[in-house]
Write a protein that binds this ligand. Structure first.
Ligand code: NAD
Length: 468
């Protein structure tokens, strides 16, 4: 992965000393996925809060606890042949580096139940491997049956976010949040554990991932979960879209790469490289959805996955905003998606457990100076996704959004230097993400295993420090 200039500087002898002295950010190179890599490297410690606490404190020690079930999943290689070294006690030989620590809090009833597990977690953090993982497995406060239960559940998410801000060396903390109809041994939970433990989630940090049900199919081969699927990626000629196309193809999908005619040459290169097809199309044309379906059916026999990635920025302070800037951003970033989704859902070719993943942005959550138009469009994506979940579920499908923070692409090189450097550093990982980080998260949400994740937003932002 290319390093930005600042990162190369603080790695040099002089730069390193200076950064240390001035307390400047010292980002590390994050571990990224390589084909065939195991879901986790190094031993995994499973801790629990509430019933079934392995350390014998804070719970009743029920034999069939969720923590035992999670340990069982790991012992079985998380659904594949890999052997994972699973431990239930934090006490290890000197020099052990934990690949991951999983804290299961599903059976906690009261905030008091957290202390033993949290302090045990704290005791392991200095021995967490570089790019190590902390994953909480919790239940949703919205489903709690008492104020104390809601308090502990909400508290776990906030504690997770604080842990993420304390971790160093590329390590991350995230949480699986299970709704009432989801279990720790369900297929979506298994897929989410695999994703969050692996290097595929390198730039996902401080995030709760909500699972509503156990709907999902275990793929025959975790290396090719999209085998037999046809995926359409808009805005695929460059940047994040090109990376999404390559990642979905790596996972076994046949890909239709869509972009405007002006980007035709680079679009063909992207499509040819992955043996996909190119479709030159402006997604704001009224019949864009229909033309995508016709192309996918004619060239590949169907359509299973749509990734709404095409997007533009036309930044201006609202006081200086004009019609053209406002309307073009709304048209491309949200109106086109609304129109295309209507055409997809009306088509009988888009019926068998379809997946839609849309690109939102952290600007659509926290807002950003000079981006009222962009913020409205990306907030719009989040609203659309939540409101469309039921319609997709009726077809056995899902629709979700991914909200990137600062990602190193042509879009972010347009930001003025000083603003860019601040935006790039102000996250828990102190660096911009790579297009592949967004692409991996999209591939996870597009997989047949994640049918129980629907209407959600997953941020890929290295845990942005500013805004919501
Ligand atoms: P990019 O500008 O590098 O690429 C966007 C692609 O979309 C281009 O190839 C462009 O030709 C295509 N496109 C634009 N309008 C189109 C239209 N009407 N029809 C078809 N194609 C069209 O952008 P990127 O950085 O790769 O961003 C991809 C997506 O991720 C966008 O939706 C963007 O808003 C979102 N995003 C990016 C960042 C980031 O930091 N780069 C952060 C948050 C969200």
């Amino acid at each position: 992965m290319p390093q930005d200039r600042y990162t190369s500087f603080v790695k040099s002898g002089f730069g390193k000393k200076l950064a240390k002295k001035l307390g400047l950010p010292q980002p590390v190179q994050l571990r990224r996925h390589t084909p065939g890599a195991p879901p986790v490297t190094g031993p995994v410690l499973v801790l629990s809060a509430g019933a079934g606490n392995a350390a014998g404190t804070g719970g009743t020690g029920s034999a069939a606890s969720d923590a035992d079930a999670v340990a069982g999943l790991l012992l079985n290689g998380l659904g594949s042949d890999e052997t994972i070294d699973v431990r239930r006690s934090p006490h290890t030989a000197e020099g052990t580096r934990w690949g991951a620590v999983i804290v299961v809090t599903t059976q906690a009833e009261h905030p008091r139940d957290l202390s033993d597990a949290m302090l045990a977690l704290g005791g392991t953090l200095r021995a967490l491997a570089s790019s190590g993982r902390v994953v909480f497995v919790s239940r949703d406060a919205a489903d709690a049956s008492s104020p104390a239960q809601a308090a502990v559940r909400q508290g776990v998410v906030s504690a997770m976010r604080s842990v993420a801000k304390e971790l160093r060396n590329g390590a991350t903390a995230n949480a699986l949040v299970l709704r009432d109809d989801a279990t720790v041994t369900g297929t979506p939970a298994l897929a989410a554990l695999r994703f969050l433990l692996s290097a595929k989630s390198a730039f996902v940090d401080g995030q709760p991932v909500t699972i509503s049900s156990d709907t999902g199919h275990v793929p025959q081969d975790w290396e090719k979960p999209l085998a037999g699927k046809v995926a359409v990626v808009t805005g695929a000629a460059q940047g994040i879209g090109a990376s999404i196309a390559a990642t979905l193809a790596r996972d076994g999908a046949r890909v239709v790469a869509v972009d405007v005619p002006a980007a035709g040459e680079s679009l063909s290169k992207v499509a040819n490289k992955i043996s996909g097809t190119a479709l030159q199309l402006d997604i704001t044309s009224p019949d864009a959805g229909k033309r995508i379906i016709d192309h996918a059916v004619e060239r590949h026999g169907g359509i299973d996955i749509v990734i709404h990635n095409a997007g533009i920025t036309r930044d201006k302070l609202l006081a200086n905003m004009d019609n053209a800037r406002w309307d073009s951003v709304i048209d491309v970033n949200i109106s086109a998606q609304l129109a295309m989704n209507e055409q997809f859902l009306a088509s009988d070719r888009f019926r068998d457990a379809p997946r839609i993943v849309s690109l939102a942005s952290t600007s659509g959550i926290a807002g950003n100076r000079g981006q009222t138009n962009y913020g409205a469009s990306k907030g719009g994506v989040i609203g659309m996704v939540a409101a469309s979940a039921r319609a997709l579920a009726e077809h056995g499908g899902t629709i979700n959004a991914v909200a990137p923070g600062f990602i190193e692409t042509a879009m972010t090189t347009k930001i003025p230097l000083a603003t860019r450097e601040v935006a790039r550093r102000l996250n828990a990982l102190q660096q911009g993400g790579q297009p592949v980080d967004v692409a991996e998260t999209i591939a996870f949400l597009a997989s047949p295993a994640t049918g129980g994740i629907n209407g959600e937003v997953v941020r890929v932002c290295g845990q942005n420090m500013v805004g919501a």
